[in-house]
Design a protein around this ligand. Structure first.
Ligand code: SF4
Ligand code: SF4
Length: 425
């Protein structure tokens, strides 16, 4: 790594020794999991580059943006509207929470039986290893599940710039009103942070930018319906993960480029996996970078993941925001409508999610569904049981997995996944 990067990380307050260790682990995992794949699309080289520079060049870009007066907003959830951040001259970045770090210190602040995602959020802060977190001018937490809601109270003691957004738990009129009020409050907070008043033209433009990013990824999703599948689930997951970090315009171009290549692969019947490979739909908790464990296990059995019913996947990106309004009020209504459709398991009841899983099952010509629940994640683990029942009632094979970020259960998971894939063959 260049001295420039090291100085940048030092200025951000990172613990260079721990950070070196993290980069080493990440680099090795990437080599073993990603680079070991065969028949990858050539355009994946862009995403390999992004990953190799995820703490380097991208952070440098964000620091340059900051120097030019732009603000950086870090977020942990797809309920934080990127459209509003962009319209207020701010860049929204996902704060990754996909690996265990500084666990001893974390468990001094959080109960042991907290989900790995929340623990990871704390670990990256306490271990001083996340440049995105340290570069953020505002960190947005959201009252989604109880774990996050209470954890933000403690996070507030260790970060100076936490903003907490309330999120409804029911899809009712009062629920929508709450979301609307919270999005207006967020708009005001972004305006105060950046000193930029959000106007209709700016909001319309930012809706267009974010919609374009979503349209590109929808295009990628639809190409995965082909058999043979032109891209592995691991590579598609990586694109979904980079969605949260990259410059949105460049990301859109890069996804469209890979889609062009995938179209020609489909024409030539070139697959990442042979025709007829068992097709898996993943459903459940989001998979933040670098949580690649379960997809890697699945795809090394010879099955291929063709879709993700997940926030790092279709649940997060599926709907567009209507950009036809011409006033701030009309466009804000459209933003609220778009996000109120997200079928996260924090909602009760949550029939839309069941319907979406079944719709994806049909559209992607899926052979079996693997439900991924993080240990101690109440909303998704609770919902996994009715999801399983709903799928079984339609004779759809389903495997319920509960795991965390450690590698201790790899052998056991492999055995279960292999047995499931055998049934699908
Ligand atoms: S699963 Fe729910 S809480 Fe988690 S990122 Fe998605 S919407 Fe947010
Ligand atoms: S994985 Fe579950 S418990 Fe953890 S933050 Fe997400 S919804 Fe909450």
């Amino acid at each position: 790594m260049s001295d420039d990067y090291r100085n940048m990380w030092k200025d951000l307050g990172l613990d260079l020794k721990s950070h070196d260790m993290l980069l080493e682990i990440l680099g090795k995992a990437y080599q073993d999991i990603y680079m070991a794949q065969k028949d990858r699309p050539e355009q994946m080289s862009y995403f390999d580059f992004v990953m190799s520079e995820v703490h380097g060049l991208r952070i440098k870009e964000l620091m340059d943006e900051k120097a030019a007066g732009r603000k950086i907003i870090g977020s942990y959830c797809v309920f934080v509207p990127e459209e509003i951040a962009l319209a207020g001259n701010a860049t929204l970045v996902g704060l990754c929470s996909g690996a265990d770090f500084a666990m001893e210190e974390v468990e001094r602040l959080l109960p042991r039986n907290t989900c790995a995602l929340i623990k990871s959020t704390f670990g990256f802060k306490l271990g001083k290893v996340c440049p995105y977190l340290e570069a953020s001018d505002m960190i947005v937490g959201e009252n989604t599940c109880d774990g996050k809601k209470k954890a933000y109270e403690s996070l507030n003691d260790i970060v100076s710039n936490l903003y907490v957004m309330d999120i409804p738990q029911m899809k009712t009129d009062p629920g929508r009103s709450l979301l609307k009020a919270e999005y207006y409050r967020f708009k005001e907070a972004v305006e105060n942070l950046s000193g930029v008043k959000i106007d209709a033209a700016g909001l319309k433009k930012s809706i267009e930018i974010v919609n374009n990013k979503r349209k590109a990824i929808h295009r990628l999703y639809s190409l995965r319906k082909a058999d043979p599948v032109p891209i592995s689930g691991l590579d598609a997951l990586l694109v979904n993960q980079v969605f949260f970090y990259d410059n949105p315009v460049r990301f859109t171009e890069s996804v469209n480029k890979i889609c062009d290549e995938l179209e020609s692969r489909i024409e030539k019947r070139t697959g990442a996996f042979p025709e007829g490979a068992p097709r898996i739909l993943m459903s459940g908790c989001p998979m933040a970078v670098p949580n690649w464990k379960l997809p890697w296990i699945i795809e090394t059995t010879g099955a291929v993941i063709v879709g993700e019913e997940s926030c790092v996947g279709e649940r997060g990106a599926r709907n567009l925001t209507d950009d036809s309004g011409s006033t701030v009020e009309e466009l804000m209504e459209a933003v609220v409508d778009r996000y109120f459709n997200i079928d996260c398991a924090i909602f009760t009841p949550n029939p839309d999610r069941f319907n979406h899983i079944i719709q994806m099952y049909k559209e992607y010509r899926v052979d079996g569904v693997i439900h991924f629940g993080l240990q101690f994640c109440q909303p998704y683990l609770m919902e996994a049981i009715p999801v399983e029942k709903a799928l079984e009632s339609k004779n759809i094979p389903v495997l319920r997995i509960e795991t965390d970020y450690s590698m201790e259960d790899v052998g056991q998971l492999k055995t279960r996944v292999e047995a499931f894939v055998e049934i699908l063959k």
